[in-house]
Ligand binder design. Sequence first.
Ligand code: CO8
Length: 258
Amino acid sequence: MYEHLKIEERGAIAIMTISAPKSLNALNSKILSEIDQYLDGFDCDKYRCLVVTGDGEKSFVAGADISEMAGLNAADGEAFGKRGAKVFRRLETLPVPVIAAVNGFALGGGCELAMACDIRICSDNAKFGQPEVGLGIIPGFSGTVRLARLVGMGMAKQLIYTGKAIRADEALRIGLVNAVVPQAELMDKVMEMADLIAKQAPLAVRAAKECINAEWDMDADEAIACENRAFGECFATADQKGGMRAFLDKSKYEFLGK
Ligand code: CO8
């Protein structure tokens, strides 16, 4: 169905693998369209978590496709940037959590893709970087927006101005990734986390994601009011009733997503 995406489902978890082996999974227009198309049909009631990874053992995504960008003019460049940014924003705002399983190079658009995910777990061979200034461009899939938010202004500027890639341990130290694991264990560890997320009350997890994303840009009073509203709405769900009753009864309850 897709040329560059491999889609798998394991229970309530969907796995989207980006596959363009000849270019280390670099993102071209076709791949961006396929991700868009996949997200169009993504069933947030069926799946409680989405895992995004790259094909092979070498690269998550080695950036946007340089061969496609090389001949662009200013208007085309802006349009290509907008296209990627829009797809990544869709992932960031997907109602269910998205985990990036970073299995190797996450450079340029690959690092930006990982940053648009909620959580990043990487293998010990992963490398992160924003090498765009070495190509005469800047990060164009929202890297100048998200990197500083994740690792702070100073470190973001250092990474973007120098273009120097960092190893997994450094990415962990600066807070760019949540965890580093041996490559052979990457998918098991990611699935462990995805399973744990999938076992929680789905509407509560979604509400938490929506709040955290929305509150980022609000002032404290507005953000607290936003949380207050979402917190209140949780009490209108069957899962809040079931979950709390089960705790008090010392019984088990399987969340329904209602
Ligand atoms: N685009 C196109 N092809 C690529 C890319 C890429 N980003 N990365 C790797 N490839 C291709 C190589 O050209 C090579 O192809 P071929 O076999 O035909 O020569 C193949 O993948 C294998 O790569 P290498 O032989 O280079 O493998 P190495 O192990 O020697 O090196 C690296 C791996 C370090 C990952 C190296 O390939 C590299 O530096 N790649 C480019 C990384 C990069 O600069 N990424 C950032 C691109 S710019 C970007 O992402 C901007 C995002 C915002 C866009 C905004 C639009 C306007």
